[in-house]
Design a protein around this ligand. Structure first.
Ligand code: C2E
Ligand code: MG
Ligand code: MG
Length: 735
């Protein structure tokens, strides 16, 4: 505020200071109401006041005085004390009650020596007293001061009103806190803001209680630092408003220090900035989301893509971009109108989102936060970012799923509309190493899909179309294999190489497909694991191998061990108790079963793993580590977990005779197993040299083509019978 503002410029100052009255406009002159019972003395006083530069209003009689006061709103009232005495009413009280009357100074002229009005004067509304017959010269000084005082009070009131209006407009609440006594005071707006009863907030804690739990400690810290260190601070926080809605507030604390650093009093403000925060959010949302569908727009998508590429590069994982274009969209727009077109685009967006979300667990088996992003590029084009894929071809599955979902019509008004899409796919890093290339190539692929008759998807890299198709058809076949009983088990003997005696067998799965012929496990087990089909397959293996084991036991080979491979998923999903039930359910003694797991399975949470393995141990099932030595894992688990057998991977055995490294590794494994008192089995023994070397190093249990290939169960039975006959123990029990 500046002194130049007309509202605050005081005219009386100039009049009172004796500045030229001739230059002063009438309305700027301070106005004095002079009231008395004697018109002559009132007139004389008025004339003197006018000469001194005031505007004088004369009133003879009490009623007239009150009436003129209301009409003229004078800056000062000079009132003859006798006026009241004759008419018996309190003129002062009536003036005080009139509008503007509470603030006007009233100078009461009274008989000198009459002390009664002096003692009760203030109560009756008088501001000051002067002798009745005082001349203007005697009154002038007092009049000037009283008017000046009124002007000052008016200015103060005005500025307070303005401040109140400003704080109301800025939604600014004020409070004060005396940290030592804990006294707290706040403006009523704070009560209004927080919905508390006026004056009920008597402690700072009561405000803190209303602060959002996540922000409370930051607010508390700012207050404590203000109190302890005398530090000013500003902070944003959230609280619950009077109607329960969330408020965004901006706080400020300004300590008033006495001792260095210690605050005596802290003044603070709380400003309601909810509207601007929400507006900011709206603006941000407008900048990043498509207003028609609510999907991320190109700007936000580009940002996601940049981050996704960075992550994919770091973790060496694939990611895919799908560009979708609604086929013949303009026809819908042209025939049904833009409103229907818009509605279709929205419904389309919803279906896409649904599909991308449905890819949760498509490859991982469990939902992930990190599902792809769907965005609208504009027009009838959408774009999808898939980060949750294992291999490039998985993107084809999502595309197919989307095309499938479009087989259902979109209900628009009272009719149903069918819409198809053409989809182009590019994958990182095969089809591009940066966003721009990936987008460009996905677009090329999309156009390829359009020119290939629409309603289909195309990879940018054409050879992927075939490989994706292949995977897809394998998956379909594998699903059917489960229901059509196309699997069978072969068994490979585990042999004591010293005596040649069969100690056990490992069950190895085979898939006999009507067209593909015999498929080996390495060609379908990984796919089965990715699709979750490994669970029903594993269950079938477990039951079939145990049932076969029981048959052999019943035939008298009751010491024969049955080794069964357990996939990671099976190990994690099936409880030891469920596995025990399956074994016992087939009539086999669990102590004859050896479960083969790979080292990677053991990488799970240690405490849980230990519990699981101990449960197996308690039921008598033996645990073997398959392909030992290839798992890059820490060997400490060998001490931690109850493991019975190590199976030396056949890659070491293969080069045993020529490769010095493999020889060293094999020898080390055998010695380690011995010192840890674990059994050791050598896999993939194909030659007599390998056998002899292993025997010499103290590993006698072997498995490999040298002894037998994996064979059908009848073949195993024949081998077992032959051995029994050879030992001349026909009819006797195996020992
Ligand atoms: P594995 O458990 O290490 O099984 C041994 C593999 O080595 C078998 O391959 C077997 O045929 C092969 N083999 C045995 N002796 C020799 C040899 O002297 N020379 C060579 N070159 N190979 C030999 P297969 O049957 O193809 O099985 C491959 C893998 O598939 C298995 O490796 C196992 O990890 C997995 N698998 C097999 N059946 C099942 C099953 O029922 N469930 C699960 N989860 N996995 C299985
Ligand atoms: Mg195995
Ligand atoms: Mg193995």
């Amino acid at each position: 505020m500046t002194g130049a503002e007309p509202l605050l410029d005081s005219p009386f100052g100039r009049a009172g200071a004796g500045n030229g009255k001739a230059t002063m406009a009438d309305e700027e002159r301070p106005r004095i109401l002079i009231a008395g019972e004697d018109a002559a003395s009132v007139g004389a006083l008025a004339a003197a006041a006018t000469r001194a530069g005031y505007e004088a209003v004369e009133a003879d009689g009490a009623r007239r005085a009150v009436e003129l006061f209301s009409r003229h709103r004078p800056d000062l009232v000079i009132l003859d004390a006798g006026l009241e005495a004759t008419e018996g009413t309190s003129v002062r009280a009536e003036i005080r009650r009139a509008p503007g009357g509470d603030a006007v100074p009233i100078l009461v002229l009274t008989d000198p020596g009459d002390l009664a009005p002096l003692s009760s004067g203030c109560d009756a509304g008088a501001t000051d007293f002067a002798p009745k017959r005082a001349s203007w010269t005697e009154l002038a000084h007092r009049v000037r001061n009283m008017i000046r005082g009124k002007e000052a009070a008016d200015a103060l009131r005005l500025s307070e009103a303005r401040l109140a209006a400003a704080t109301r407009i800025a939604q600014l609440c004020r409070w004060e806190w005396w940290p030592r006594s804990g006294r707290f005071r706040c403006s009523e707006d704070l009560d209004r803001l927080l919905g508390t009863a006026p004056g009920s907030l008597s402690r700072l804690e009561e405000i803190l209680d209303r602060v959002h739990a996540d922000d409370r400690s930051a607010v508390r810290l700012a207050l404590e630092e203000a109190a302890r260190l005398g530090r000013s601070a500003g902070f944003d926080f959230r609280a619950q408003g009077a109607d329960g809605s969330p408020l965004h507030l901006r706080g400020r604390v300004d300590p008033e220090a006495d001792l260095p650093g210690r605050a005596r009093r802290i003044r603070g403000t709380i400003q309601n900035v909810t509207e601007s925060v929400l507006a900011e959010k709206r603006i941000r949302s407008l900048a990043h989301f498509d207003s028609l569908t609510g999907l991320p727009n190109r700007v936000l998508f580009d940002r996601h893509l940049a981050i996704a590429i960075k992550n994919a590069r770091r973790h060496e994982e694939p990611l895919a971009i799908l560009i979708l274009d609604v086929d013949h969209f303009h026809r819908i727009n042209d025939t049904l109108g833009h409103t229907a077109g818009d509605r279709l685009l929205r419904a389309f967006a919803e279906r896409l989102q649904h599909n991308v979300r449905a890819t949760d667990g498509l490859t991982r088996g469990e939902p992930s936060e990190d599902w792809g992003t769907v965005a609208r590029l504009g027009g009838d084009e959408y774009i999808l970012l898939l980060t949750d894929i294992r291999r490039d071809e998985d993107a084809g599955k999502v595309a197919l799923r989307i095309l499938d979902s479009l087989k259902d019509p979109f209900p628009l008004d009272s009719r149903e509309i069918f819409a198809t899409a053409s989809i182009g796919i590019s994958v990182f890093p095969t089809d591009g190493d940066d966003a721009e290339t990936l987008l460009k190539n996905a677009d090329v692929a999309m156009n390829h899909a359009k020119s290939s008759g629409r309603n289909n998807y195309q990879f940018y890299n054409l050879s992927m179309n075939t490989s994706a198709l292949h995977r897809l058809s394998m998956e379909t076949r594998l699903r059917r294999a489960v229901s059509q009983d196309e699997f069978l088990l072969c068994y490979q003997p585990l042999v004591d190489a010293g005596s040649g005696r069969i100690l056990g067998v490992e069950a190895l799965i085979r898939w006999r497909h009507p067209e593909l012929g015999l498929v080996l496990p390495l060609e379908f087990i990984p796919l089965a694991e990715e699709t979750g089909l490994i669970l029903p397959i594993g269950e079938w293996v477990l039951r079939t191998a145990c049932a076969q084991g029981r048959l052999w036991h019943e035939a008298g080979f009751d010491r024969l061990r049955v080794a069964i491979n357990l996939s990671a998923q099976q190990f994690q999903r099936q409880t030891p108790e469920a596995i025990r039930k399956a074994i016992v359910g087939e009539g086999l003694d669990p102590s004859r079963v050896e479960l083969e797991i790979t080292e990677s399975v053991l990488m799970g949470e240690a405490a849980r793993m230990r519990r699981t393995l101990e449960e197996f141990k308690a039921m008598g099932v033996r645990i073997a580590i398959d392909d030992f030595g290839t798992g890059y894992s820490s060997l400490s688990y060998l001490k931690k977990y109850p493991i019975d057998v190590l199976k030396i991977d056949r890659s070491f055995v293969r080069d045993l005779v020529q490769g010095p490294d493999d020889k060293a590794i094999t020898v080390a494994i055998i010695h380690m197993a011995r010192s840890l008192r674990k059994d050791v089995i050598a896999e993939g023994v194909e030659t007599a040299e390998q056998r002899d070397f292993l025997l010499e190093e103290g590993c006698s249990v072997m498995q490999g083509f040298l002894f037998s290939r994996p064979v059908p169960p009848e073949e195993v039975s024949r081998l077992l019978e032959r051995q029994r006959a050879a030992r001349g123990e026909a009819g006797g029990r195996e020992r």
